[in-house]
Design a protein around this ligand. Structure first.
Ligand code: PEP
Ligand code: MN
Length: 337
């Protein structure tokens, strides 16, 4: 961090500022130039509030040299992180495909879909049990029973399972039940939840909030990682823009951006980005081409009667066809599905 001191700053105020900064684990070096004096601050500056420093009378401006995320930062961890979620590897050459319905609706539904996606080559089963719906009148999920049915589908097919957690009280239940805990877009900045997930060892799929920046996503990953759980998989699922044609705008550039500045694997969710089934194939192919480390795709046996997100769900036959196409794209970018 660099603090530029005002030209005619009061010396006592500068000394007071230096004293205040010396409570942090940093080295402060005043550098007197011809025009300005600057304070070079080296060390762990993550706890220093840049905005608060900048309103000191003697301060011209404050420049942050380092990113605020550390554990998620590639600078401190140059190699790609590989995450093993009950045998499914994220961050390697092979691209895991997570598929299943938006919501678990019944035993017949989840087992039928699990068997179908497994046959097509999916590596993991997704299914929402606790659903964060925009309307309180919409289907809220089968809740704990949904997790039991997912467990049953795992037992029948051998596919590991991923499901979304919605609040802090559910951490123990999810920790015991699923192979990856999904944090949805709406909870990306539920910091109390992130802190508790940091105390588990469970892989976490952290979805980007629809109005959050890439840096905010990494700061949320930092919450989990700084608590001791470094098994974080990032997920881009579309963000809000002025465009209304699609449900969200898939930020494909988030993949190369995140992979440049972070070592964590990045998964893409083309279903929630598109919001409409016919576009999922194009976005999924683009995701593989752009370097995604995994895909999470909604598949339903009866999309027209699905209890949530039917419009964006693929039929098992469409998913099967998509898998064939994705394999070819993966080969073209030296990956495997
Ligand atoms: C989901 O995966 O069904 C879901 C609700 O996703 P998101 O948090 O991305 O909206
Ligand atoms: Mn959904």
């Amino acid at each position: 961090m660099i603090i530029v001191i005002k030209k005619n700053a009061n010396k006592e105020e500068v000394e007071k500022l230096i004293k205040r900064l010396s409570i942090y684990d940093v080295t402060i070096t005043p550098i007197e130039g011809q025009e300005n004096t600057v304070l070079g601050i080296v060390g762990d500056t993550s706890a220093i509030d840049k905005e608060a420093i900048s309103i000191n009378n003697c301060v011209e401006k404050v420049l942050k040299v380092q990113e605020p995320y550390k554990k998620a930062n590639r600078k401190f961890h140059p190699e790609d992180t590989i995450i093993n979620a009950n045998g499914v590897i994220f961050g390697g050459k092979k691209i895991p495909i997570l598929a299943g319905p938006c919501s678990v609706e019944s035993e017949e539904q989840i087992i039928g879909i699990a068997k179908a996606v497994q046959k097509s080559g999916a590596t993991m089963l997704r299914g929402g049990a606790f659903k964060p719906r925009s309307s309180p009148y919409s289907f809220q999920g089968l809740r704990a029973e949904g997790l039991t049915l997912l467990d049953e589908a795992r037992r029948v097919t051998g596919l590991p399972i991923i499901s979304e957690i919605t609040n802090v009280e559910l951490v123990d239940l999810f920790n015991e039940s699923v192979d990856i805990i999904q944090v949805g877009a709406r909870n990306m900045q539920n910091f109390e939840l992130l802190k508790l997930l940091g105390q588990t060892k469970k892989p976490i799929l952290l979805k980007r909030g629809f109005s959050n920046t890439i840096e905010e996503l990494l700061m949320s990953a930092e919450y989990i990682m700084s608590g001791g759980n470094e098994n974080v998989i990032l997920c881009e699922r579309g963000i809000r823009t002025f465009e209304t044609f699609t449900r969200n705008t898939l930020d494909l550039s988030a993949v190369p951006a995140l992979k440049r500045i972070s070592h964590l694997p990045v998964v893409i969710d083309p279903s929630h980005a598109a919001g409409i089934n016919w576009m999922v194939e194009s976005l999924a192919k683009a995701a593989v081409a752009v370097g995604a480390d995994g895909l999470i795709i909604e598949v339903h046996n009866d999309p027209a009667n699905a209890l949530s997100d039917g419009a964006q769900s693929l039929l098992p036959s469409q998913f099967d066809d998509l898998m064939t196409k994705l394999k070819a794209v993966a080969v073209a970018v030296d990956r495997e599905i």
